[in-house]
Unconditional design. Structure first.
Length: 284
């Protein structure tokens, strides 16, 4: 089993040449703070998550000046900056105010017709007594792990009913996580299909079953479901291990993880985290 929050994503060369920048994220329409947004250098594994007041701190190495910083949050339009241009606007140590535009969603009609549906449980099933386990790979906010969910038929339309996972080892008081669901592009997670954030609290080992029906989530293709470490727990030290399924053969794209917000996705080699989703499908 991997240790809780695994390896520290810090190296001496990064510390030597980095500068710290801070900011606050604001709703462009009403001036309110935007909490728990993902901020990071795209595909560079340098990132963080804003706190409950919309504030964030990030270290930006000079070697990333030609890269882009992306800010994303469910319910808001993404915002992206070239890092060297952003640095020209602020001085290291100062704080920058960044406004995000909220997205207005229409209330979609439920697309599933009960007489034409069939239920499936998809993903990796295990229990809390599993001999295998996966933990978050990083202590950085925004670290994330999950599984690709393949629909039974590409032509199917799916309505998501429940999400299930198991915790095999736990010693925190409460550990907050965020449930994310993405569509796929080139077999990797791309854009969120959620219209509102789904926050969960882990309080003990055992089975967790999340009712997704109230969120009215539908998809017309394969998707990716994950859990994200988005907020530091009150008790900062402890263990959290999700039950996993061991596969002796590498299953391409079956289970993925990333180190922090906006980081690059990597394939899990053998122990696939035990996340599964119950869906209802019908032919289009």
């Amino acid at each position: 089993m991997k240790p809780i929050l695994g390896l520290l994503l810090i190296s001496l060369w990064f510390i030597s040449y980095s500068q710290t920048y801070s900011g606050i994220l604001i709703n462009e329409e009403n001036g309110e703070a935007v909490p728990f947004a993902n901020i990071g250098v795209i595909d560079r594994n340098i990132g963080t998550v804003s706190d409950a007041m919309g504030r964030f701190i990030i270290e930006l190495n000079k070697q990333f000046d030609q890269d882009s910083l992306r800010i994303s949050c469910i319910g808001y339009r993404d915002k992206q900056f070239l890092i060297h241009e952003l640095k020209n606007e602020i001085v290291a140590g100062d704080s920058i105010r960044i406004e995000l535009m909220p997205i207005s969603y229409s209330l979609d009609e439920l697309l599933i017709r009960p007489e034409n549906t069939r239920s499936y449980t998809l993903g990796y099933a295990c229990d809390s007594n599993s001999a295998y386990g996966n933990a978050f790979y990083s202590e950085e906010l925004g670290t994330e792990m999950g599984v690709v969910i393949r629909l039974p038929r590409k032509e199917d339309e799916a309505y998501l009913k429940t999400f299930r996972f198991y915790v095999g080892d736990f010693s925190f008081d409460v550990f907050p996580v965020r449930l994310n669901i993405y569509d796929l592009k080139n077999d990797l997670p791309d854009k969120t299909i959620l219209k509102e954030p789904i926050f969960l609290e882990i309080r003990s080992r055992g089975e967790y079953l999340v009712d997704l029906r109230k969120h009215n989530i539908t998809t017309t293709g394969d998707f990716f479901v994950s859990l994200e470490y988005y907020r530091i727990p009150e008790k900062e030290e402890g263990r959290l291990v999700f039950c996993a399924v061991h596969s002796p053969k590498r299953e391409k794209g079956g289970s993925l993880y990333r180190w922090t917000s906006q980081g690059n996705w990597q394939e899990e080699m053998f122990d696939h985290v035990g996340f599964s989703v119950e869906v209802e499908c019908r032919r289009k």
